[in-house]
Design a protein around this ligand. Structure first.
Ligand code: ADP
Ligand code: ADP
Ligand code: MG
Length: 456
């Protein structure tokens, strides 16, 4: 049993799917009692079966269940849970939820509501980073949202540029603008979308970096402002600005660049008054690296960091939330080997159209260095209401070459029948020379998909 300064014995996981299962596993391993919450559509879900207790919180639509703060707090009351882990997505970056937990005397396993609010707003976050000496993508992130000011800023930045919803996330709320005469219309469209999706229509403008890589740094901070960097993850293989494959460490990042990015990420966390696990995202090319945003939660791709550092990030989150100090100092953080994660989505592997339905046959690969974080099982009916991520295959090897060989073998062994999944895409990717060489940028996957013919 891990010793906790601010003891709690029961944690409620305000999430579903593979991340709820993954959190329950660590919490149970620490001797904590676990409470799952579930919607009508998730009666047969794995996280419900894994938890010690489970509470039905509402109908299938997320707004009536997993996003319903009142229903989740009622489940807390009913089960006397003392801490809440929000996972990723859903309420994980909702400052009102973190505040409601704090007001109710509950431990929210994440940073403070104030930090979530600050970093959830890309404009404010970029302004803070700039004043803290962290390099940011050149652009405009001011308060003045008049079209004259925005147009002037855009002309100064130059085209192509990106218009981003300041409150956006999940790859949504972005518009690419190729020339000055498209700008006003793109701003109007982005503002409309931002207002309806995020309840706030502020936008920022960024220079569109042509062929960058997405490289992010995992940071961890305790309540005494000790901040360590657990090095970077490469998440460059994306479709529609969403990550598909992630690896650690990043191929092509020199030791010098790694040290500079780690230092910048630690400065970012310090400036934000950060506590717990967080991710500082950058885009990078040969000219440098530039902050784009900070995610104030556990990331989908955190397992690749765990595989190369042997640090259980959820365990550390729980320890820090319970008031414990970090046991680590920067000089003690070491990495070994290489890890790659493939996001297995219930989707057509080329169009990415969701493919909910029943899994008729399910077999996961095994062997040294193979980890499957999943919420799927044979006979499981994937509901159509939520994100299509059903599991993740994470593979570790002593070298990137060994990792890729193991990944190829593991993908060939993985069987999910009855629905479309992204497995055929990964089987094709591991055979591509550019992937083997690590020679790609954020648009590479889209270009590949335009010419790909995948075998089932
Ligand atoms: P990560 O860096 O962890 O991959 P993502 O941006 O992919 O972060 O988001 C993690 C999860 O949260 C995904 O399941 C995604 O669908 C969901 N998500 C994140 N932001 C939003 C948002 N604004 N609206 C809807 N879903 C979101
Ligand atoms: P989100 O909150 O939706 O994750 P991000 O700002 O993190 O939004 O951007 C998502 C992705 O869009 C990045 O991973 C990157 O691939 C691409 N992107 C973001 N900003 C830029 C930019 N200035 N130039 C080129 N690509 C960008
Ligand atoms: Mg992002």
């Amino acid at each position: 049993m891990v010793s906790l300064a601010r003891r709690f014995d029961k944690v409620l996981i305000a999430n579903r799917g593979e991340i709820a299962c993954r959190i329950i596993r660590t919490a149970k391993g620490m001797g904590l009692r676990t409470v799952a919450v579930y919607s009508d559509a998730d009666r047969g879900a794995m996280h419900v079966a894994l938890a010690d207790e489970a509470v039905l919180i509402g109908p299938a639509p997320a707004k009536d269940s997993y996003l319903h703060i009142g229903a989740i707090l009622e489940a807390v009351q009913a089960t006397s849970a003392e801490a809440i882990h929000p996972g990723y997505g859903f309420l994980s970056e909702n400052a009102d939820f973190a505040q409601a937990c704090a007001d109710g005397g509950l431990v929210f396993i994440g940073p403070s509501a104030a930090t979530i609010r600050l970093m959830g707003f890309k404009s404010a976050a970029k302004a803070l980073m700039e004043s803290s000496g962290v390099p940011v993508v050149p652009g405009y992130h001011g308060e003045d949202q008049s079209i004259a000011t925005l147009q002037q800023a855009a002309d100064r930045i130059g085209y192509p540029l990106l218009v981003k919803a300041s409150a956006g996330g999940g790859g949504r709320g972005m518009r690419l603008v190729g020339a000055a005469d498209e700008f006003a219309e793109a701003v109007a469209a982005a503002k409309r979308e931002a207002a309806s999706s995020f309840g706030n229509d502020q936008i920022l403008i960024e220079k569109h970096i042509a062929k960058p890589r997405h490289i992010e740094v995992q940071v961890f901070a305790d309540n005494d402002a000790n901040v360590v960097s657990l090095f970077e993850r490469e998440c460059t293989l994306q479709r529609r600005h969403q990550k598909v494959v992630e690896e650690a460490l990043s191929i092509g990042t020199t030791a010098e660049r790694r040290a500079a990015m780690s230092a910048a990420a630690r400065s970012a966390a310090q400036a934000a008054g950060y506590v717990g696990a967080g991710t500082v995202e950058f885009i990078a090319d040969s000219s440098g690296f530039y902050f784009i945003e900070m995610n104030t939660r556990i990331q989908v791709e955190h397992p690749v960091t765990e595989m190369i550092t042997d640090i259980d990030l959820v365990l550390e989150q729980i320890r820090v939330a319970a008031g414990a100090e970090l046991l680590l100092e920067q000089k003690d953080v070491r990495f070994h080997g290489h890890a790659i994660e493939c996001r297995i989505n219930a989707e057509n592997p080329v169009s990415f159209r969701p493919s909910p339905g029943r899994i008729l046959h399910y077999h996961t690969p095994g062997g040294l260095g193979i980890r499957v974080d999943s919420a799927a099982y044979q006979g499981y009916e994937i509901p159509p209401y939520y994100d299509s991520l059903v599991g993740k295959l994470i593979v570790h090897g002593k070298t990137r070459t060994e990792c890729l060989m193991r990944l190829k073998r593991a993908l060939d062994e993985f069987v999910i029948d009855g629905i479309d999944t992204t497995l055929p895409l990964f089987r094709a990717l591991v055979r591509e020379q550019d992937i083997v060489d690590g020679d790609y940028h954020i648009h590479w996957l889209q270009d590949f998909l335009a010419r790909a013919v995948l075998e089932e």
